[in-house]
Design a protein around this ligand. Sequence first.
Ligand code: NAP
Length: 236
Amino acid sequence: MRIGVIGTGSMGGILARHLAKLGHEISIANSRGSESLTALAAEIGATPVAVVDAAKAGELVIIAIPTKAVTDLPKALFANVPSSVVVIDIGNYHPELRDGRIDAIDCGMLDSQWVALQIGRPVIKAFNNIFAKSLLEKGAPKGRKGRIALSVAGDSLDAKAAVLRLVDDLGFDPVDCGDLDNSWRQQPGTLAYCQDLEAAALRRALTEADRSRIAEYRAEQEARIRRSMTSQTAEG
Ligand SMILES: NC(=O)c1ccc[n+]([C@@H]2O[C@H](COP(=O)([O-])OP(=O)(O)OC[C@H]3O[C@@H](n4cnc5c(N)ncnc54)[C@H](OP(=O)(O)O)[C@@H]3O)[C@@H](O)[C@H]2O)c1
């Protein structure tokens, strides 16, 4: 597949690397321009491009940038991109640690619903609930005992099916989380968030999540990250 990856940090870089290794034709873009990506692109076998060209790269686009940066993307980025192109949002909203307050999300809009609204395109939510290190190291062949599962949420059944296949190809058991209105089940701090669960346990975690606790889950996750950053600093 021809895939555009917007954002080449921890997550975008790993996804681009793995997808290139699988034989996909990858275009990568960041905020600083294609020249800043020459070395990475050569190393992983991708093409460095501008953000607007990554959006037009082909059949699938992955948005792998901080939530607060979504509003900095070029206006009408997807205006001339065919509706058949699948857009994946891997983002998580971290208001205290990184993104600042986004009122619409604080008032109840789901992270990926907000992203979809900003870019004017439906998105599929995937890869937001695995840490970069696990994504890098823990993919495994289909059928391997202990294979980690990843959930995918979105409204278009065809687009979601394509992303579920990609999850499998990348070495993870694909689990359908439902439509985008169910994507809160895999947002930060939920039982399904970054726990490296197998498929049955992930399905259970998605089912047992409590919608009334979305903000609490998020705050708990931010507190966890803050504690882990403090202890890492203390350990030097
Ligand atoms: N790290 C994880 O373990 C993890 C796991 C799951 C999900 N996530 C989520 O995935 C998203 C990306 O996280 P990350 O850890 O990969 O972030 P990161 O390492 O900080 O990388 C962010 C990337 O986004 C690019 N970027 C920022 N603003 C941009 C813009 N306006 N246009 C184009 N590119 C832009 C940056 O490019 P420049 O360097 O050129 O600015 C950089 O390549 C976040 O929403 C995060 O919450 C992260």
